[in-house]
Design a binder for this molecule. Structure first.
Ligand code: SF4
Ligand code: ZN
Length: 343
């Protein structure tokens, strides 16, 4: 590594930027990283002065860096935003309880208000209890669907105008890849968007200020800034499909460093042929949340949990929705199919 920072040419370089290959000193790296996030925010017009913005905070490196940089840029460039932290407590003993302690320290360090919404309070189920019933194969489906809605509910309670999440470039590239592999056209179209507008009642617009930040740089930023974050993996993390996509991406990246940006650009530029059927967005007839079916995914999963039929929301059981809504009994065969659990 060369002794000198290639930007200020004064101080000693301490790192080579994964994104550009430049050798930089700590200060020049901080500046470059923060400026790029600022450019992303400005170019995509993510915020308007006077808005209240909820930062989805998990205590992990991405959301901790996001909270730190958002506070810093809000002051440096007078964005005029009121910032808050919103955390979701999934009820995972030995994981989320510890990471929430980190969020509480962040709240003190950054002097931002914090709201914690829990699965137990919203749905009557913790992830610990859900895993006991559904096993370790589909648990992340429950968790992901519930989290999306929980964040919206927290945001509505706090009356925020927008939520920003810590999704980074690696996350977006992984998601593009997964949606291509699954042939999920509707998600593929949405997943590269840097911001989503409100899709309906109770759905708060979201944006990703770290969309173009590499995970490796986020780790370096957090490390050199000595940020207080939590780095343990979830104890129920079998998310095998994303894991494969991630490993595949890392392998490609080691041969071609621009892979992550290339995949994001591919995703951004794909267009869906005219006439391809897209799900029509409506509202859930039970809870009013957005849904392309009679019942939203959250309500179906919850119904399955409460009835002891954990498979109800896994896979396509749309034709059963009417039965559920009208409280009709299921046939024996249907019950059997929906009861089987994979541990
Ligand atoms: Fe939830 Fe799965 Fe993430 Fe754990 S790994 S927090 S269970 S989505
Ligand atoms: Zn619903």
């Amino acid at each position: 590594m060369p002794a000198q920072c290639s930007s200020c040419t004064e101080k000693r370089a301490v790192l080579k930027r994964p994104k550009t290959g430049h050798s930089l000193c700590k200060e020049c790296f901080f500046w470059a990283f923060e400026e790029e996030v600022h450019q992303t925010i400005v170019a995509a017009e993510l915020f308007k002065s006077g808005e209240t913005v909820g930062i989805a905070a998990s205590g992990g490196k991405d959301s901790t860096v996001l909270a730190h940089v958002m506070k810093l840029l809000n002051e440096r460039y007078s964005y005029g935003l009121e910032l808050m932290l919103i955390s979701v407590d999934e009820g995972i003993t030995g994981y989320r309880d510890d990471s929430l302690e980190t969020v509480k320290r962040n709240q003190q360090q950054y002097e931002l208000p914090l709201k914690i919404v829990s699965y137990e309070e919203l749905y009557g189920w913790t992830m610990d209890a859900i895993v006991k019933q559904v096993g370790l194969k589909n648990n992340c489906t429950f968790c992901g669907v519930f989290r999306r809605q929980a964040l919206d509910r927290g945001a509505v309670m706090l009356k925020v105008d927008k939520i920003c999440t810590g999704h980074n470039a690696d996350d977006v590239a992984e998601t593009v890849l997964m949606n291509v592999l699954r042939g999920d056209i509707a998600r593929l179209r949405r997943c590269t968007a840097i911001s989503t507008s409100s899709e309906g009642e109770g759905v708060v617009p979201r944006c990703k200020p770290l969309k173009y930040a590499y995970e490796k740089e986020i780790v370096l930023y957090a490390y050199f800034k000595k940020l207080d974050y939590f780095s343990t993996e979830c104890i129920y993390s079998p998310n095998a499909y994303r894991g494969y996509a991630r490993t595949f991406l890392k392998d490609l990246e080691s041969i071609r460093p621009s892979t992550i940006m290339d995949i994001i650009h591919s995703g951004e530029n794909l267009s869906v042929r005219e006439g391809v059927k897209m799900p029509v967005q409506g509202t859930c007839s039970r809870c009013g949340y957005i849904s392309s079916q009679a019942l939203c995914k959250s309500c179906v999963l919850l119904e399955g949990l409460n009835r002891g039929l954990p498979k109800l929301g896994i896979g396509k059981h749309h034709r059963l929705h009417d039965k559920i809504l009208s409280q009709q009994p299921l046939t024996e065969k249907e019950e059997r199919k929906l009861k089987s659990v994979d541990f």
